[in-house]
Design a protein around this ligand. Structure first.
Ligand code: F0G
Length: 463
């Protein structure tokens, strides 16, 4: 094993017992859920890896802060704590808490763009893309070519293709482009990081054309850790220094705090210095989220958020966090399981088209792997392949994904090393018995985001 694994930098103070289920019971639970991974009751799941969002374990300090939080409407203390943390960590003058990442998108994008405008990112996350479309603007992705080669060993596969970005701005007209966004890490490309050099160059282009540069900061601390360990010149910098430099290149951020800021619910908008922009943000926050001092959260949530900002950038935490995901990646890679490699920051992506060679793409191999992992190990991952793509709105044809990925996210501070090893063993077992698992067909679907509610059926009985 090539990586330097570190032990958990915490001890466990409170536990949640897992219900024990048998293989036969899990086959039945899956059937009751109409083979939709979202519909399985979570009490029947042993290791839930559907997302790393809002699923982290809060610390004793976060819980303590919740107990002493201020639930006032105006002037609530938590707001000032969040504002101070944002000023201290990011060097931004203004902070606006909101209830989660998509709320930050809804509030911020309405200040920046409207019909016929364009927004460009390395890659937009689905809700981010959705909120751009809802303003009437068009989202365009501009990720580097390395992102598409899932086995290519490159350090920063989440980068923006900056040449393509500049060409796009010139083609579309700079005055139509109302935002350039950098998603760090790049979730849609497997949680792959973005380099400081790439953020700097993107910022230069944004300034040259007078376009606002916004960071989607959901996994900014993981990205900073990758910069520290992979980019020349950053080894001796602290995570705090890297975060400050990185955000210094941008004008604003929109953040889901449910990831790197380790809260179960929360989000934030940060504005570096533009007073007009924060005024607009606050004006929209009041009707959409709630008064600016609570932004759609309880005082308890905000108190936990203020503490989480600091815990998320703690270097020994990040070393363990990224190390745990890499440890899982190395176990699978050494066993020859086809995964995106090197692994990103928050989970592993199994290349199920390769793992299930007996299934064609329209038999949903990533759904087949997700179902098999649940049956064999009570593990929940999710299809990020063709099942999660809606039909072409014009032709009604089933669309084919670039990769049939099953995504298994690692929640923060939740799983022990032996649970990670159990996950690896279960995946390897499913790979070794791949031919025994059936593909799936759709029984019922909606035209939009169908994978959340789809009813499915296996093509042959599960053995
Ligand atoms: N931006 C990124 C990069 C995200 O990964 C997410 C959420 C959001 C914005 C939206 O934030 O959920 O707080 O409203 N990603 C989750 C995931 C849902 O599973 O990857 P939210």
């Amino acid at each position: 094993m090539s990586m330097d694994y570190v032990m958990e930098p915490f001890k466990i103070k409170m536990v949640e017992m897992l219900k024990q289920t048998t293989r036969e019971e899990r086959i039945e639970f899956l059937k009751q859920a109409r083979y939709n991974m979202f519909s399985i009751r979570s009490e029947n799941i042993a290791i839930d890896m559907q997302t790393d969002s809002g699923t982290g374990a809060m610390s004793d300090r976060q819980w303590a802060a919740m107990m002493t939080a201020d639930e006032s409407y105006g002037g609530a203390r938590g707001f000032y704590e969040v504002e101070a943390a944002v000023q201290d960590i990011f060097g931004y003058k203004y902070a606006q808490p909101v209830h989660q990442g998509r709320a930050a998108e809804k509030v911020l994008f309405g200040c920046l763009m409207g019909p016929d405008d364009i927004a460009i990112a390395n890659q937009f996350f689905d809700t981010t893309q959705g909120h751009i479309v809802m303003t009437g603007a068009r989202p365009l992705n501009c990720v580097c070519d390395e992102a598409a080669d899932i086995y290519l060993d490159a350090p920063f596969k989440g980068n923006m293709d900056t040449e393509k970005l500049e060409a796009l701005i010139n083609e579309k007209g700079a005055d139509r482009v109302k935002m350039i966004m950098m998603t760090i890490t790049n979730n849609s490309a497997g949680g792959q990081p973005v380099s400081m050099a790439n953020i700097r160059e993107t910022s230069r282009i944004a300034k040259k054309y007078g376009i606002i540069f916004v960071i989607d900061a959901a996994r900014y601390a993981e990205n900073a850790y990758f910069i520290k360990t992979r980019e020349e010149g950053y080894q001796d910098k602290s995570i705090g220094e890297i975060v400050k430099e990185c955000f210094g290149y941008a004008d604003a951020f929109s953040m889901s705090a449910k990831k790197d800021t380790i809260v179960n619910m929360g989000g934030c908008i940060g504005v570096r210095e533009d007073e007009d922009l924060i005024t607009k943000v606050r004006m929209r926050t009041i009707p959409l989220e709630g008064f600016i001092n609570y932004g759609g959260l309880s005082g308890r949530d905000i108190a936990a958020l203020a503490v989480g900002f600091y815990e998320g950038i703690n270097e020994s935490f990040l070393k363990y966090r990224i190390g745990q995901v890499q440890y899982l990646g190395e176990l699978l890679h050494d066993a020859g399981v086809p995964i995106q490699y090197p692994v990103g920051g928050h989970g592993i992506y199994i290349d199920c088209g390769v793992m299930m060679p007996h299934l064609s793409w329209d038999q949903f191999p990533a759904q087949a792997v997700s179902a098999a992992l649940y049956i064999e190990g009570g593990i929940r991952g999710g299809d990020l392949g063709s099942l999660s793509l809606d039909r072409d709105p014009d032709t009604n044809e089933q669309q084919k994904a670039l990769n049939e990925f099953c995504r298994l996210c690692v929640p923060r501070r939740v799983l022990t090393q032996s649970q990670i090893e159990f996950v690896a063993r279960t995946i390897i077992y499913v790979r070794d018995h791949a031919a025994e698992y059936p593909g799936y067909r759709i029984l019922k679907e909606t035209p939009l985001l169908r994978h959340f509610t789809v009813d499915l059926e296996p093509l042959s009985p599960i053995k």
